[in-house]
Ligand binder design. Sequence first.
Ligand SMILES: N[C@@H](CCC(=O)N[C@@H](CS)C(=O)NCC(=O)O)C(=O)O
Length: 204
Amino acid sequence: MLKLHGIKMSNYYSIVKLAMVEKGIEFEEVQQMPGRDEDWLARSPMGKVPSLETPDGPLAETMAIIDYLEETHPDPSLWPGDAYARARARQIAHHAIYYIDLAARPGLNSAAFGAPEDPAINKMVGKATPRGIQSLARIAQFDPWVAGSEFTAADIVVANTVPLAQMVCQKLCDIDIMSELPGLADYIGRVNAREASQKIAADK
Ligand SMILES: N[C@@H](CCC(=O)N[C@@H](CS)C(=O)NCC(=O)O)C(=O)O
């Protein structure tokens, strides 16, 4: 059986877990903190969570895991069937990771784990993250899902990256990034109302 290693408070872990629950895949969860010990690095070369234990070996990196799950468990699909629509949905998922999550993440230790604040980091986070959100407006549809009428993995990624970035920006920069994009807050509420999202929230 597939085993998902990581911690429930990790948003990347939640992305993979939500994809598995949405797909109805059976799996076991293995509690694993990020770390640098050799055993864990063999499963996740950067020591990050999550990592998936597959019958063929370990696999790290969230989007690679999502692709693996899609190929091994194609039904229900988490990507649109049409090549362009699929690429656009992937574009949105990558946008959320690179320009929203990674823009805010340098402030995470201060915002959530009590590390001292660094004004230079706060400034960088407060500049880059709103830009990521504003530019998402150019590709997001919220009609009702982020890539259009079909629920996709892009929804899973956006709904599990924006709220963390929102928390960091609010705490460190007093910026409400949700308000930068009309419809975003309601849309995230729609994703969170899905049965699979409710299960993940209850597990936390
Ligand atoms: N690129 C990785 C990012 C995963 C990631 O950043 N995980 C965080 C937890 S949410 C982590 O392990 N942080 C600890 C560290 O960076 O050492 C992925 O796509 O899975």
